[in-house]
Each structure stands twice: as structure tokens, then as C-alpha cells.
Design a protein around this ligand. Structure first.
Ligand code: PLP
Length: 428
């Protein structure tokens, strides 16, 4: 038996020309459960987490999974059992954490637009920290906490103005961006937070962007955050923790992001050198924990060769895999079964879905030898796919399977039309 690994995806490999996730053959899973089908490797998720855990061995650190990357309950359950906390951005995500067996005390709450109702519920449940993103939010949070007779633990999200060198839609730490408070306003905001009766300052945080593939932006952000910590503490406001956010990238298309443990070895060296080595640290990784643990299996419906372009129409679409349409993002697309063909059977295909939008594409100019009925695997589909999936065109959301060695668990059933229409009412 010959095993051919896919780079950056240690638990996804061809064996005898069939693609496997751990010990589960994707072709068999697709036939059993239908397509489009998301398949995740449990071992991949846990080994991605283990790289961070190794990086922080011997430190006071808390890893809060940024669950918007993939908020399926079983995925949250896996991370909760492995000792993760959660970074949430809505009250709905808090409900999911609790439903998955996570604890409110391990939750931090980010986001620029928290509502009073979301604040109230998070306070009542006793979350660990609110990552506050504006001065106006400080005032409202204090009011809400006072009305409940509570004190809200807060960290202020600072915008360190470093360029993460990623796509503009996923860069969040530059000036002119809606996230966080500028460095110039930070001290003032901390003084206000310290003075507000409903708040207790516990930390500082930043998150500079996503799909970051170099360590430079992190090192720069760390320097700027530590400068601010010094300035804030010089004003008599102690900070218990420093939260460096998430953002570490994955290999989508030959990208070579640093490994989490290697990145943190360098960051911790800087932290130690600046005298902050024993501070409690938080991080909020999302994509790097789940992205390359997942694939989306899709069936080729029709081939439509043309004069200028050849279209390969598959049954997954922008409602299942929104990243190409949203960010012109690249997902690898590979056959589930490799058939032995000579190269002249290969063509360059535009891989597109059935949705009625020209933006509904999955991959441009992909060299594939395909025929109708074949299964293809769309790679790197563990992050920002199912959690962003929609019902556009009244398409039911896909099913999800989690593979654990040779065992497979359906963690989400395929959505039916009746599920989609359940909340709707006809006129009298
Ligand atoms: C999205 C987000 C993250 C996670 O980003 P990844 O690139 O998926 O690691 C972390 N923190 C905040 C505040 C976020 O909005």
C-alpha cells in the first residue's frame, strides 16, 4: 500500500489512490452520507491544539478557541474536553459553548457590536472577560453591569496598527479599521475603564488579522502592546493578562506559516526579554486549529467544456464554501479517487457550484481529469466554511462527519427543506 500525504495535512492522505481522512475512505463516506459532505479529522484538530499547548508549556496561558471558525457543537465539545476556553463574538456562540459542555467561566467575548442583552446574559453566566472594542461600549457595559449589581471583567482591544500582510478583508489591526481602539486613545480608555463603577480592568488584547503567514507582524504587535502595558501600569492600572489574539495562517496553496510552537518560542523569547514572561497569556486561535483538519467532498454533476472555459459543475456551492466568493480565496481541489490516466485527459476546469451567481465558483483553472459522478475533495474546509454556510437558493446546509481513527461520527445531519421553512409563516 502506498500512502501519499497532502502537504500541511498530516491526517489526510491517499492510500492506493483513494483519499482518506485518518482511516476513513472519503469515497465510502460520500456514498453513505451524500454530498456535499464536510469531513473532519479529530487527530488533526487535537494535534494543532497540541502545538500551541507545547508552545506554552510551563507558562500561565489560556487558549481560547475562536469558535467562529467552526462552531459545530461536536467540534466545540472536542476542544472543551481538551482544555480550551472559547473566544465568542455573539450571544448565540455563548449558547453553543454551553450546549457543547463548555463553561462560561472559560469564555471571553470579542466583537464591536455587543448588545445590552448579550452583555447581560454573559454577565449573569459569569464569563471570564469582555474584550471591549470602543469607548462607547465601556460606558454601556458598566451601566449594564451596575444594573445587575455585578462588575464586568474587561480587557480593551487595542489596534496596534501593524500590517499583517494578508487579504484586506481579514486584516483587522490597521488604522482605518473598525476593530479596537487606537494606540493614541488607549491610555485614556483605560483610565475611563478604571474609573467606571461597573467595570474591573483585567487585561489588554489585540488581534491583528487572519491567515498571517510570517512572524514579523506578531513580533511588531507584541512590542507595541508591551509598550502600552508599561504605560497603562505606570498610571496605576494593573493588567493581569495579555491577550495576543489569533490569526495564524494555514497552508492553503503552498503558504508556509510558522508552526504554532515555533512562533510562540520566538514570541515568548521577546516577552521574557522585556520582563513580561510570567504574565498570564491568552490567545484566540481559530483557523489554525481547524482549517486543515477538514475537507468538503462534492460530486461532479456536469461537465461543460467550452471555447474559452471549461466548466466543471459540482454539487457544493458558495453557500457551502463561501470563501472564494467572499475573499477570492484559494481552496485546493483534488480527486477522491485517482484514476490512472495519461496527461492529455487532463484539462483546466473552472470548478463552479449550482447557485445562480457568477460569483459562485470554488476554483479557477484547476488541472483535473474528471467525469460526471466523480467525487472531488475541496481542501482546507475546516475553517470559515460550515460556520459561514447559508441557505441561499434554499439549499440545505451540508452534513458533517468527524473521523476518529477508523470510527466516524455524523456530527450534523444534512438540512432538509422542512428545517429551513420551520420558522416561517404563511399569510392568513
Ligand atoms: C476571528 C477572530 C479570531 C480568530 O482568527 P483566526 O484567524 O481564525 O485565528 C481571534 N480573535 C478575534 C477577536 C477574532 O475576531
Amino acid at each position: 500500500m502506498t500512502a501519499v500525504l497532502l502537504p500541511g495535512r498530516p491526517h489526510i492522505a491517499y492510500r492506493d489512490n483513494e483519499l482518506f481522512v485518518e482511516q476513513a475512505a472519503l469515497g465510502a463516506l460520500a456514498r453513505e452520507h451524500g454530498t456535499p459532505l464536510f469531513v473532519y479529522s479529530r487527530a488533526s484538530m487535537l494535534s494543532a491544539l497540541a502545538a500551541y499547548q507545547r508552545g506554552f508549556a510551563g507558562r500561565r496561558a489560556r487558549i481560547c478557541y475562536a469558535m467562529k471558525a467552526n462552531s459545530s457543537l461536536a467540534v466545540l465539545q472536542l476542544f472543551a474536553r481538551a482544555g480550551c476556553g472559547f473566544d465568542i463574538v455573539s450571544g448565540g456562540e455563548l449558547d453553543r459553548v454551553l450546549a457543547a459542555g463548555g463553561k462560561a467561566g472559560d469564555v471571553i467575548f470579542s466583537g464591536v457590536g455587543k448588545t445590552r442583552a448579550e452583555m447581560r446574559r454573559a454577565l449573569e453566566l459569569g464569563i471570564a472577560c469582555f474584550n471591549v472594542e470602543s469607548e462607547a461600549e465601556l460606558e454601556v457595559l458598566s451601566e449594564v453591569a451596575m444594573a445587575l449589581g455585578r462588575t464586568a471583567p474587561v480587557s480593551i482591544r487595542v489596534n496596534p496598527d501593524v500590517d499583517p500582510k494578508t487579504h484586506p478583508y481579514i486584516s483587522t489591526g490597521l488604522k482605518g479599521n473598525k476593530f479596537g481602539i487606537s494606540q493614541e486613545r488607549t491610555l485614556e480608555a483605560y483610565r475611563r475603564a478604571a474609573a467606571l463603577p461597573g467595570l474591573k480592568v483585567v487585561g489588554i488584547d489585540c488581534h491583528i488579522g487572519s491567515q498571517i503567514t510570517e512572524d514579523g507582524p506578531y513580533l511588531d504587535a507584541m512590542d507595541r502592546i508591551l509598550d502600552l502595558v508599561e504605560a497603562i501600569e505606570a498610571h496605576g492600572i494593573p493588567l493581569q493578562h495579555i491577550d495576543f489574539g489569533g490569526g495564524l495562517g494555514i497552508a492553503y496553496n503552498g503558504d508556509e506559516p510558522p508552526a504554532a510552537d515555533a512562533l510562540w518560542a520566538r514570541l515568548l523569547q521577546k516577552l521574557d526579554a522585556r520582563g513580561f514572561g510570567d504574565r498570564e497569556l491568552l490567545i484566540e486561535p481559530g483557523r489554525s486549529l481547524v482549517g486543515n483538519a477538514g475537507v468538503c467532498v462534492t460530486e461532479v454533476l456536469y461537465l461543460k467544456p467550452g471555447e474559452n472555459k471549461n466548466f466543471c459543475i459540482v454539487d457544493a456551492a458558495m453557500n457551502d464554501l463561501p470563501r472564494p466568493a467572499m475573499y477570492q480565496a484559494f481552496h485546493g481541489i483534488v480527486p477522491v479517487t485517482v484514476t490512472v490516466v495519461n496527461d492529455c485527459d487532463k484539462r483546466s476546469w473552472e470548478v463552479v457550484g449550482p447557485v445562480c451567481e457568477s460569483g459562485d465558483w470554488i476554483g479557477h483553472e484547476r488541472e483535473l481529469s474528471v467525469k460526471s459522478g466523480d467525487f472531488l475533495a475541496v481542501l482546507s474546509a475546516g475553517a470559515y466554511c460550515m460556520s459561514m454556510a447559508s441557505n441561499y437558493n434554499t439549499r440545505g446546509r451540508a452534513a458533517e462527519v468527524l473521523v476518529d481513527g477508523a470510527r466516524t461520527h455524523v456530527i450534523r445531519e444534512r438540512e432538509k427543506s422542512a428545517d429551513q421553512m420551520r420558522m416561517e409563516k404563511l399569510l392568513p
